[in-house]
Design a protein around this ligand. Structure first.
Ligand SMILES: Nc1ncnc2c1ncn2[C@@H]1O[C@H](COP(=O)(O)OP(=O)(O)O)[C@@H](O)[C@H]1O
Ligand SMILES: [Mg+2]
Length: 265
């Protein structure tokens, strides 16, 4: 009994990829994220759920410093990636975003060819020594994005000419091309039809073999299908975090229960 430690510290501590400690985010006077503490695991899909405006996207953007691009956003606290503070002055946000990739709600391919969309990141990060290596990286990323077969004969056609579902898988291929360790996805299926959604969900399941995946979703069915861990946010607070099955079946907090049973949203 002497060696009892707080419960959450016993669980999976070796597998922690990201740790948030006492994170606050302000937009001017708006306190959008309040006292968030959480450990996000490697090789795991973590879902962020909660009512619109509760801070899911804001907190997601903390993890690759995308909030740096919003003038009025101010962040306090610490976010550690493999134990290192990503807000340290020595960290270059562009390098960080190669390690922590992001996929947005609306597919946003560059107005370039399919090939150049995927080759862009590897080029700026110097990941290929020659054209043959770059070709290989592009093919591998498109295969991981589960879109290779559909585009291999038209790699030099425009990325923006693809269907919505294909564009989103292209954006996922673009995000994985730099070999990130973490993939952040902000409602990646909200612009997609059910078939494209199923394809992206299958892909997310495969990606967790290699990455830590964090997905914001307003679909509780989707959270239940794709994630192993779920975090419920409400009015800027992380109210409850745990195994997805537990959050949905035996929520501990009244606010979580109300949300998942449809009483707030
Ligand atoms: N760029 C911004 N400027 C000012 N306020 C913002 C900005 N982005 C989000 N907010 C505010 O922060 C809060 C959380 O928003 P957000 O993170 O987008 O929530 P969610 O993704 O859960 O819908 C909301 O009150 C929203 O109005
Ligand atoms: Mg959002």
């Amino acid at each position: 009994m002497n060696d009892m430690r707080p419960l959450e510290r016993i669980v999976d501590t070796d597998n922690v990829k990201i740790t948030a400690k006492n994170v606050q985010v302000y937009y001017g006077d708006t306190h959008a994220i309040k006292d968030v503490d959480v450990d996000i695991l490697a090789n795991t899909v973590t879902a962020f759920i909660g009512p619109s405006g509760c801070g899911k996207s804001t907190f997601l953007r903390c993890i690759n410093r995308m909030n740096d691009t919003i003038d009025i956003a101010r962040i306090e606290g610490n976010i550690l990636l493999d134990g290192e503070d990503i807000y340290d002055k020595r960290v270059d946000p562009v390098q960080l975003r190669a390690r922590v990739g992001m996929v947005f709600q609306k597919p946003n391919p560059f107005p370039k060819s399919i090939y150049d969309n995927v080759a862009y990141g590897p080029k700026i990060h110097g990941l290929a020594r020659n054209k043959a290596e770059l070709d290989e990286i592009v093919e591998k990323a498109l295969r991981r994005g589960a879109i290779w077969d559909e585009v291999k004969d038209r790699l030099h056609a425009s990325g923006t000419g693809l269907s919505g579902g294909q564009q989103q898988r292209l954006c996922i291929a673009r995000a994985v091309a730099t070999e990130p360790e973490v993939l952040l996805m902000d409602e990646p299926c909200s612009a997609l039809d059910p078939i494209a959604t199923a394809q992206v969900e299958e892909l997310i399941d495969e990606l967790k073999e290699t990455y830590s995946v964090v997905i914001v979703t307003h679909s509780m069915q989707q959270a239940a299908r794709v994630s192993q861990k779920t975090a419920f946010f409400h009015l800027g607070n992380l109210v409850e975090y745990g195994d997805t099955g537990d959050i949905f079946n035996t929520p501990q907090d009244q606010r979580t229960e109300s949300y998942i049973t449809g009483r707030i949203g």
